[in-house]
Structure formats: C-alpha cells, structure tokens
Unconditional design. Structure first.
Length: 123
C-alpha cells in the first residue's frame, strides 16, 4: 500500500509505502570457513542454502521526499525500515571441522539488508 504525491506546484514530491507479508519456505544461507592453522583446507568456504521451517513475518515502510529548493538545486531524503522474523533453522554444517562464520539463531538478523536506512542527496 502506498501513495505518491506532487505538492507545492510540483516542487515537492512525497512517496510513501508500507508492506507486510507472511512467507513460507524462506531461504537461509549458512556459511562455514575453515580457519584452522595448518589445515590442508584452511580458508576453504562452504555454503549451504536451506528453507526455514514455518512462516517468516516481514513488514516495513519506505518514505522518499524530493524537493526543488531553488532553480539549480534539488535535494532528496529517503528512509526505509524493515522488520523480519524468520523461524530458526538448524545449522547444517555442524559435522564439518570448519567454524561457522554465520549462524542462524532465533531473533538474529540473517538478511543482507539493513534494518533501517537513511539517505540524503543533492541532485
């Protein structure tokens, strides 16, 4: 759901969006790197992708404002917030002698996206 508005004789643009979804089978990447000194596989990287059990809950909103301050200057400001809850999944690489670089634990962020993001630019 969202809205796009041009205001003040098109000198101000405001975009707003909100979203919420439930998703089954969210994919999680698990990584392990062998950091054992002297190991013949030292530095080796293993990655495995699994589907999380249950339902993931994702919600957030985004706001974007662009303003023409003067004839030669336009500025923009944006903000985004994402909240993700993914059910915990067992770490599939435990039997290997490699130490996990990233674990999937309950309540831990496992996405490559920032929870909050703020941007400011001059166009």
């Amino acid at each position: 759901m969202g809205a796009k508005m041009d205001l003040l004789e098109n000198r101000l643009r405001v975009n707003l969006a909100a979203y919420a979804m439930d998703r089954d089978g969210t994919q999680i990447d698990f990584d392990a790197v062998d950091t054992t000194p002297g190991s013949p596989t030292q530095g080796a990287h293993t990655e495995e992708t699994r589907n999380a059990p249950g339902t993931s809950k994702i919600k957030g909103f985004e706001a974007d404002i662009t303003a023409k301050v003067t004839q030669g200057m336009t500025v923009g400001l944006s903000y985004a917030y994402t909240d993700v809850k993914i059910p915990a999944a067992p770490f599939p690489l435990r039997r290997q002698r490699r130490r996990p670089a990233r674990l999937a634990l309950p309540g831990q962020r496992r996405l490559y996206a920032a929870e909050r993001r703020l941007g400011l630019c001059r166009l």
